[in-house]
Design a protein around this ligand. Structure first.
Ligand SMILES: Cc1ncc(COP(=O)(O)O)c(C=O)c1O
Length: 365
């Protein structure tokens, strides 16, 4: 349905944090447990379309216990960050790419599709309102979580006729304890994340619910993250619980699993492919087996390995553990190309390095 341009109503939070309280919370925010003073809400109703766009005080949302999302998990979300740039202004990294993926996730989950420009505007509205919450330190940022839930109170199994779209914001430090350290991963071969024809390439809560047992296994094994293999042969490396994965060969080739419908098309993954091609590197989007991974790590053909995503940026993988043992990548530390790509990407996100593809979007006053 075509949609007239929506204006956002603003309702200021009368209990907004004081400057001192906010400064205290920003000192050590961790990841995902501190929230700003406001949130965005937009309603959707079949026949009416998107309406009542508003920025309101952050807080609980009333829900009918029959709301479809609570029963059939019709829910999608996104994750992107607002960065404090070196000149003190605020920037976003490729928010249009998140807007597109959000629409595609909605399509896969049979949900109403939020116009991409409204998605981007909703983020700008919230960050403009809560600008004081964007941390000033280079190691911190404001994580934005747009999401949509099915709110029609109806227990029949069919797409909901009502949705609620929200954006909340959370100041964060790095996802892993120390941003430049490598992480260890657990390769699960008894749980799969997604199968062809399923929802692996959509960012829906159900995928993450299905991944949690394996993530818990990873923690139990003393690992930071889980790596999933394909659902059919349990042979091909797919992705991690919340990140895509890259392999750097000794000959300089960069390899990552292809987008075959079962892995999330990461914005970071795509950006790295572009930056690597800009550098003249050979880049392959190809299947890579777990057996090959072990063999290449042992023979030294594999030089580096890294995880990438909005939360983790680019983080080296130092150690790989699985049911039959473990192996180390290189010397277990962050590789040279991994470090260089991370520096370049962070530099673009912070407005400190050349941005040849125009990925940085600045917040206008
Ligand atoms: C399963 C999964 N894969 C990959 C990614 C990386 O995607 P992006 O680079 O867009 O953050 C994420 C994070 O959003 C994820 O949850």
């Amino acid at each position: 349905m075509s949609q007239a341009v929506l204006d956002f109503a603003h309702h200021r939070n009368p209990n907004a944090a004081s400057d001192a309280e906010r400064a205290r919370l920003l000192e050590n925010p961790g990841f995902g447990s501190v929230f700003t003073d406001h949130m965005v809400v937009i309603n959707y109703q079949e026949g009416t379309g998107w309406h009542d766009a508003r920025v309101v005080p952050y807080g609980p949302i009333p829900m009918d216990p029959a709301s479809a999302v609570l029963h059939y998990a019709q829910e999608i979300f996104e994750g992107l960050k607002a960065y404090r740039l070196s000149d003190g202004s605020i920037g976003f990294f490729r928010p249009d790419a998140n807007a597109r993926r959000f629409r595609q996730s909605a399509e896969r989950l049979a949900m109403a599709q939020l116009p991409e420009d409204l998605f981007v505007r909703s983020i700008l509205e919230l960050v403009r309102t809560d600008a004081a919450w964007v941390p000033r330190e280079e190691t911190k940022s404001l994580y934005l979580r747009p999401f949509m839930i099915a709110t029609e109170p109806f227990l029949g199994v069919r797409p909901s006729a009502k949705y609620l779209y929200l954006v909340i914001a959370s100041p964060v430090a790095s996802y892993f304890k120390r941003a430049t350290d490598t992480v260890s991963v657990w390769v699960t071969d008894d749980h799969v994340r997604a199968a062809r024809g399923g929802t692996g390439d959509a960012k829906c809560g159900g995928n993450y619910a299905a991944s949690l047992t394996a993530q818990r296994q990873a923690y139990d094994q003393g690992c930071d993250q889980v790596v999933f293999l394909d659902a059919v042969e349990h042979r091909w490396v797919e992705e991690m619980g919340g990140m895509n994965v890259f392999f750097v060969m000794r000959d300089g080739t960069l390899l990552t699993p292809p987008l075959s419908g079962t892995i999330l098309p990461g914005v970071t993954r795509n950006s790295i492919l572009v930056l690597a091609r800009d550098r003249g590197l050979t880049v392959k989007e190809e299947l890579y087996s777990f057996d090959q991974w072990q063999e290449d790590a042992r023979s030294g053909r594999l030089a580096e390995c890294f995880a990438c995503g909005t939360a983790a940026v680019i983080t080296g993988i130092g150690k790989v553990q699985h049911k039959n043992g473990s192996f180390v990548i290189g010397n277990g530390e962050t590789g040279t190309l991994t470090g260089d790509l991370r520096e370049q990407l962070v530099g673009i996100q912070r407005g400190q390095k050349a941005d040849p593809h125009g990925w940085l979007v600045r917040l206008q006053d």
